[in-house]
Design a protein around this ligand. Structure first.
Ligand code: ATP
Ligand code: MG
Length: 426
């Protein structure tokens, strides 16, 4: 027998049993974003490779080893997007959304990185991204953090997540700090792992982000950028902290937080949990004032964040959050005429009750097998229409989730029955 073709490693189907939780999450996040006045933007999944090289940075995990890059039939080098910010900025510049304007944007969709697949780390994964353009002050940084905080609240996840923040200063401030860091790290050259040694020249700040536990102690002893901020960067950072204090959002200042991408400046933040093992960051963001200009637009300040949806879904699962059942009623149809009449009844009910989730049995079969299917569908009620019921002008209604007697309800009272149930929150 021919071998079945399987999905690509690290790329997963999200099955019908899982989508309700995804939809719950997506609905709530979208709702929060709308309440803050953010508008959705949709970008292509594929961009020119150049875009990511220029924005994310050549000496980063993503560009060095994680991108899905290929030549298309014209010989152009294209890349499946590893993240959304670069494409969003490209779209903003190209469509004239940025210069001299304020934009609050969000997007959602798959990202692609050739990483080693493991729990919480996949090769195709979903992000919900938010980007705010044209606002320089700490107020918008604060707004974004408050949005993330409200998202966790609406999902019932506030307890398990810790907010970590840091400032990376400006490019100039980083340059000065970079020298101090290189000086420090160079004096421990023998303790650096191979990757860090390579980064010492290209991108020494990224060494602080190393995931190698052997490097932890060395990194902990390194000078902190936080101690070398200029006056404005310090004031920017202090204002965010003051705002978080005022609203009562708890945070931890983590001077080692650097983020994997090159384009950040000043504010960076992450929301971290200890409930998901090694892959504990569910949301990461920061300010990237230089990027728009770096990609050819006019200088525009910007700040954003991205949520890793798989990790958030895992947290929801871990918290035992279950979306409500998907089906309200299952219509069991016994006999030819009931089948014809049942179709009309179902359509009439759908006209009358736009909120009703009604499954009509298709494919015939005996009463027992239909009833079993009704039960398995997760429906609360089975509606039974046979020759007898039709003759009497009623429908049999059986609550599948409670031990109550089956009742008969007149055909023209059925809509009323569901309305009452809905009012009673059943
Ligand atoms: P990590 O340090 O875990 O590799 P990152 O710094 O590469 O994360 P970002 O580029 O900031 O991650 O992406 C934002 C969020 O997207 C992460 O915090 C995480 O929740 C999620 N994410 C990133 N890479 C993956 C992946 N390969 N699989 C699943 N989720 C991911
Ligand atoms: Mg990564």
């Amino acid at each position: 027998m021919a071998k079945n073709v399987q999905a690509i490693r690290g790329m997963h189907d999200i099955l019908p049993s899982q989508t309700p939780l995804w939809q719950l999450l997506e609905d709530r996040v979208r709702n929060v974003l709308e309440r803050y006045g953010y508008r959705e933007i949709r970008m292509p999944l594929v961009e020119q490779t150049e875009l990511f090289k220029r924005s994310i940075g050549e000496v980063t995990d993503i560009v060095e080893k994680e991108m899905y890059t290929f030549d298309d039939r014209n010989g152009d080098s294209l890349t499946l997007r590893p993240e959304g910010t670069a494409g969003c900025v490209r779209a903003g510049i190209e469509n004239g959304l940025l210069y001299n304007q304020v934009q609050r944007l969000w997007y959602q969709g798959p990202m692609f990185r050739h990483e080693r697949p493991q729990k919480g780390r996949y090769r195709q994964f979903q992000q919900i991204g938010v980007e705010a353009f044209g606002m320089a002050g700490p107020d918008i940084d604060l707004e974004l953090i408050l949005i993330t905080h409200r998202i966790w609240q609406t999902l019932g996840l506030s307890d398990g997540l810790e907010l970590q923040i840091n400032s990376l200063g400006t490019a100039d401030e980083r340059l000065v700090y970079r020298e101090l860091l290189v000086e420090y790290l160079s004096s421990y050259l023998d303790q650096l792992d191979e990757e860090s040694r390579r980064r010492l020249k290209g991108n020494p700040l990224r060494i602080l982000d190393s995931k190698n536990p052997d490097m932890r102690e060395l990194i902990a002893g390194a000078p902190a950028l936080m101690d070398h901020l200029g006056e404005e960067s310090q004031a920017h950072f202090d204002a965010i902290c003051a705002g978080l204090d005022a609203v009562g959002v708890v945070y931890v200042i983590n001077p080692r937080l650097v983020r994997g991408l090159d384009y950040y400046a000043r504010t960076v933040f992450e929301w971290v949990t200890d409930r998901l093992g090694a892959q504990g960051t569910v949301c990461a963001g920061g300010r990237y004032d230089g990027l728009v200009e770096q990609l050819g637009g006019r200088a525009t300040t910007a700040v954003g964040f991205a949520v890793g949806v798989e990790r958030l879904v895992a947290l929801l699962e871990e918290a035992g959050i279950e979306p409500e059942e998907q089906v309200d009623a299952y219509l069991v149809l016994m006999g030819d005429e009931p089948q014809r009449q049942g179709l009309l009844l179902a359509e009439r009910l759908r006209d009358q009750l736009p909120g009703l989730r009604l499954l009509t049995h298709c494919g015939g079969g005996g009463f027992k097998s239909q009833f079993k299917k009704a039960d398995r569908s997760g429906a609360r009620f089975a509606l039974i229409l046979g020759e007898d019921e039709l003759a009497k002008g009623v429908v049999g209604v059986k609550n599948l989730r409670e031990q109550t007697e089956q009742q008969e309800i007149a055909l023209d009272q059925l809509a009323e029955f569901f309305k009452k149930n809905e009012e009673n929150g059943i």
